[in-house]
Design a protein around this ligand. Structure first.
Ligand code: TXA
Ligand code: MG
Length: 318
């Protein structure tokens, strides 16, 4: 198992020596290594069992540092960065050659973001290089939102987990690229479409899977727990599946079901997002055969939550 602690200097030391450290962010925990060191980046892919066609996000402490790694920042991207960094927003920008091919899977853009978490911001300020960090889970599984989640799955492969507590946003960053000056959202996430459009004008949402997805988070099946997840209206699902062998995930409603998790009893989509992934992990540990889940209201963060539920549900269909 990995050591779990709050020692930023220890994390810095390990990273400077080419090692990997799990880091907290406001969205989910990341599996971080020096983005400019091929050996460190190679280890990230290996530990996650991640295919090399799936590019990594590069984390920087601020926009000034981001400018060292990208050719230019379009005006709308600048406006978004100024409004929402540090925060759950990843920008796809034309990369400079200093960013290794391995990080971007050969693409000419790099996903770059400035995370909003005190410990990780301190760490990024201490380092002279940016951190490549995918979510700290095995490829295809649910992202970790607590240090214990990381330790359970990757603890045997990494020396240190920087303990930043529970991630307050709970779902991954929103990924935004640009086509002819129009923002294109490739992954729904912790920053809502509405907020992006308020700052950058109308955006196109393009999160559906294709045979050659731009972001593998677009793959139809991703972010999936081990148990089959069935999406539908709770009342109807409970008539089709026995309650004593099914987990039930609801937004607000209480069905008095034996294996039930309510995401937000008072109906907050922010709270639901924060609880979503630990709920899915919780079901994997319960003595049940299925996870029955109802969608949440499809606005604000609800769109990203529903996106994750749909991808989790797609697992057994493919
Ligand atoms: O909230 C987050 O974004 C977390 C924390 C740790 O920062 N990171 C995260 O990384 O979710 P990961 O690797 O699990 O998901 C990154 C997604 C992948 O689907 C990847 O394909 C996409 O970002 N991506 C990265 N660079 C890209 C690029 N240049 N073009 C298109 N998609 C890119
Ligand atoms: Mg991931």
């Amino acid at each position: 198992m990995a050591e779990i602690g709050k020692d930023v200097m220890k994390a810095k030391d390990l990273l400077e020596n080419g090692g990997l450290v799990a880091i907290p962010t406001e969205t989910v925990y990341g599996l971080a290594g020096n983005a400019l060191n091929i050996d460190a980046v190679t280890q990230i892919f290996r530990v996650k069992n991640r295919p090399q066609f799936d590019p990594l996000i590069v984390h920087v402490p601020d926009r000034i540092r981001a400018e060292q790694y990208v050719e230019y920042i379009p005006d709308k991207a600048k406006a978004l960065a100024d409004h929402f960094w540090p925060g759950p927003l990843t920008l796809l920008l034309k990369r400079k050659p200093i960013i290794p091919d391995l990080v971007t899977s050969g693409l000419d853009t790099v996903g770059i973001r400035c995370p909003d978490h005190a410990l990780t911001r301190q760490l990024l300020h201490e380092l002279s290089f940016p951190l490549a960090a995918p979510s700290a889970n095995p490829f295809g599984y649910v992202s970790p939102t607590q240090p214990e989640h990381v330790d359970e799955q990757l603890g045997g492969h990494i020396p240190y987990i920087l303990d930043g507590g529970i991630c307050p946003v709970g779902i991954e960053s929103t990924i935004v690229g640009f086509e002819h000056d129009m923002p294109v959202i490739y992954r729904l996430g912790g920053l809502s479409v509405e907020k992006i459009e308020q700052v950058a004008g109308p955006a196109r949402v393009q999160t559906h899977s294709t045979s050659n997805p731009k972001a593998p988070g677009q793959l139809k099946s991703h972010y999936a727990p081990s148990k089959p997840l069935i999406l539908g209206k709770a009342e109807e699902l409970l008539q089709q599946y026995p309650a004593h062998t099914s987990g039930l995930l609801t937004f607000q409603s209480d069905f008095n079901s034996p294996y039930q998790i309510i995401l937000s009893p008072n109906g907050s989509l922010e709270e639901a997002a924060q609880n979503l992934f630990s709920a899915l992990r919780g079901f994997d540990k319960m003595p049940i055969d299925y996870i029955l889940a109802e969608p949440v209201p499809d606005t604000g963060l609800g769109r990203a939550i529903n996106d994750r539920l749909r991808r989790a549900a797609a697992t057994r269909e493919a």
